[in-house]
Ligand binder design. Structure first.
Ligand code: ATP
Ligand code: MG
Length: 255
């Protein structure tokens, strides 16, 4: 296993920080999500894997409030947030999001991408600047601070979006394909950053087509296929599951 994580948390003491309960969603008469259930504990890294079109990004959208579910609810620490707007979920419950597709502020420099969020979320000017500079340095973006984001490479854009999601110190981070377009060394860097966030008590929901790089850091993972959760559990359990191998991993997959 391309293992980076030396531990796996087996028991979480507090109540779940994020719960999806019975989420169903139909788009244009197609049933996209069918009774999706999972719970993420405080300080847990939880994976959601599945084939293209399985419903992973739609699930993220429902959790964030970008899309409204037809049935089911979303809870943060037991509080129903289904009727809260996107910005309320982000601000009140400190939910951070890394979208699947590039979402840099194209016309702004690297540094100003971070500043745009820092100015809204951090009151103290000195603190704003220190957070910006620390994140640029942590993500090896300092030398690109004045480059207009639209001109960054694919992987640099991804790193910038992840750095920007951390300006606001999220308690829950939803990462939709954080490794996309990122080279192996930077994937390792992102994995270390995710594990460090976990050590600080941040909870992470992650999906990516680099299944190995998801499974090597998660505590638990669910597999979604055709809009349904087909299996959930520890990585070593789910990769042995016949249905998961048939529908997602394939026969030769190993970690
Ligand atoms: N706004 C929309 N309008 C119509 N269909 C949609 C919409 N959003 C998603 N879908 C459909 O819902 C299904 C699930 O899409 P989703 O983006 O959740 O897949 P995914 O699991 O994230 O796949 P991938 O791994 O390719 O990113 C797809 O068939 C997609 O075409
Ligand atoms: Mg997707």
């Amino acid at each position: 296993m391309a293992s980076i994580k030396k531990f796996r948390i087996l028991k979480f003491k507090s109540k779940p920080i994020l719960t999806a309960k019975g989420i169903s969603k139909t788009i244009n008469k197609r049933l996209i999500l069918r009774k999706i259930d999972f719970e993420i504990n405080k300080g847990e890294i939880f994976g959601l894997l599945g084939p293209n079109g399985a419903g992973k990004s739609v699930t993220f959208n429902v959790l964030l409030g970008i899309m409204k579910a037809d049935f089911g609810n979303v809870f943060v620490e037991g509080k129903k947030i289904t009727n809260y707007a996107i910005h309320e979920r982000a601000k009140k419950f400190k939910i951070g999001y890394i979208p699947q597709n590039d979402s840099v502020f194209k016309g702004l420099s690297c540094e100003d991408n971070l500043r745009a969020i820092a100015e809204i979320t951090i009151k103290d000017k000195v603190k704003q600047e220190s957070v910006i500079q620390e994140l640029l340095s942590e993500f090896n973006l300092s030398h690109l601070r004045n480059v207009i984001a639209n001109n960054l490479s694919g992987g640099e854009k991804k790193k910038l979006v992840i750095a920007r999601s951390l300006v606001n110190n999220p308690r829950i981070l939803l990462m939709d394909e954080p490794y996309g377009a990122v080279d192996p060394i930077n994937i390792d860097m992102i994995k270390k950053i995710i594990i460090n966030l976990q050590k600080k008590g941040v909870s992470v929901l992650i999906t990516d087509h680099s299944a190995q790089n998801v499974l090597s850091i998660v505590d638990r993972c669910s597999i979604i296929s055709g809009g349904e959760i087909i299996v959930g559990g520890k990585p070593e359990e789910i990769i042995r599951n016949n249905k998961a191998r048939q529908l997602y991993f394939g026969e030769n997959f190993n970690i």
